[in-house]
Ligand binder design. Sequence first.
Ligand code: NAX
Ligand code: K
Length: 529
Amino acid sequence: MKVVSGQVMQLMDKRAIGEFGIPGLDLMERAGRGCADAIVETFGAGTGKRAVIVAGKGNNGGDGFVVSRLLSERGWDAPVLLLAAPEAIAGDAAANLARLSSGVVKSVPQGIAGERELFEGATVIVDALLGTGMKSEVSGIYGEAIDAINAAGVPVIAVDIPSGVDSATGKVLGRAVRADLTVTFALPKLGNILNPGAELCGRLVVADIGMPDAVVAEAEGVEFTDLPSAALLFRPRPATAHKGTGGHTLVVAGSTGKTGAAAMAANSALRAGAGLVTLAVPALLHPILEAKTTEAMTIPLGPGAKGYLQAGALPEIAAAAAVRDVVALGPGLGTAPSTVYLVHSLLAALRQPIVLDADALNAVAPDPSILLKRKGLITVLTPHPGEMARLINGSVPEVEEDRIGCARDFATRYQVHLILKGARSIIAAPDGRIAVNGSGNPGMASGGMGDVLTGVVAALIGQGYDPFTACRLGAFVHGFAADLLLETRGSQGMCATDVQEALPAAMDRIARTRGTHHVLDTDNTSQGE
Ligand SMILES: NC(=O)C1=CN([C@@H]2O[C@H](COP(=O)(O)OP(=O)(O)OC[C@H]3O[C@@H](n4cnc5c(N)ncnc54)[C@H](O)[C@@H]3O)[C@@H](O)[C@H]2O)[C@@H](O)CC1
Ligand SMILES: [K+]
């Protein structure tokens, strides 16, 4: 599903009105109806129900006026608190204000401090203060209103986006409404899917406001991977499948104390559908990995009694890689200088697709330009924010400040695919395409999860998925396996091997979801695909 910034959505609104002749009033009517429908669906018929609409002076407030009118028609009591003088309202919003019955609107240009009793006993508060037109930090009467909404102890429905959330970044500008449900229009905005905005939205519903398909198709945006989108990416196995169809993944991993990383990457590749997996490890650790793995084949690398890989292992690894479809490089490798040298040599020597993680990323970080030696080949990096910070010679806060920008800059500059991990992982392609992953939960904040992801992405590339799809689908499958575990086991104490074992069920659920509605999208099933 496509996701756009608020600014792009404003341009889309303009195109719909200017080029396609759709009256702005119609768009506003459908937006308000989408909200009113969601409210009635959630809270039921109107008798005795009261929605308090807190409206700002722009079109977000205009949507709120429509909500008031439509809820009144359905028997609700739907008073409006307008944080402006009625004369300050213009355009479509003014037209909708004029359609409200007398006594419904209370204009409070001085703020809502004296009006809080209106919230007492309300069924729901409708936040129609600020939408995509928010320009600056929220303060003054708008800030007080946001605080009052959050303090009321009443369910909150946000119109388009919780007021105070920047629709382009998901950041809170000063303060923001915490909503239980957000009804957004035509397409989600970036602020609806990026944290902290995503969390402040509560459940997200995308209402169809009749945006022309061409406007949606031509809008600049990013992809969001939810369950139905993942199902469209997923290719079920053909009936004639054999182990060759699943590809052969080579995992180069492990050092003393980190044999688990090697085992998880290999086993996760198998659980993600790799036909064959070979695990190449330091010879000293070979007996341990032989015991830890069953289906994976193993190669003991390098003579000598070192518990880590050394530069001399290059020819053996290159020979092994030459007859495999993809190489996963990094889990548990350690940072011995000879291992770092080996990683550099492998990057220059191997022609196969490589998925780099963990210590392989640390080996690259001092001089990422080594990645340019692989220009034209498939290279995937899967850094967490700490590894990403090292790759850009910056800090974690710098990475977190602009996760999309950071991932896109690195991917385009070094011509790699990249998964920047963390809640709502960002997937970036060398041509600048971006996807945001919609699966996963806080239970995944434990060691080894990255090794599982590496195995999954490598296995998908081995199965013939193009690298961008492998990254999108891999990130989704990984998070979704963890989401399935929530249903039965909760998030506390979730282990990476639990996620590894849940991968087949996750992929099965994804396969069976084909053709169903977007998780976030109850009103509009296929826009943006
Ligand atoms: N034709 C359209 O453009 C449509 C717009 N729609 C709605 O319109 C919204 C956008 O409307 P607008 O562009 O009028 O913008 P908003 O209604 O989001 O807010 C703009 C108003 O708030 C003021 N403002 C901006 N930042 C502020 C701050 N930090 N503190 C206090 N006041 C601030 C601005 O000066 C302006 O008066 C969307 O989010 C959506 O809800 C929908 O009705 C669908 C159609
Ligand atoms: K809002």
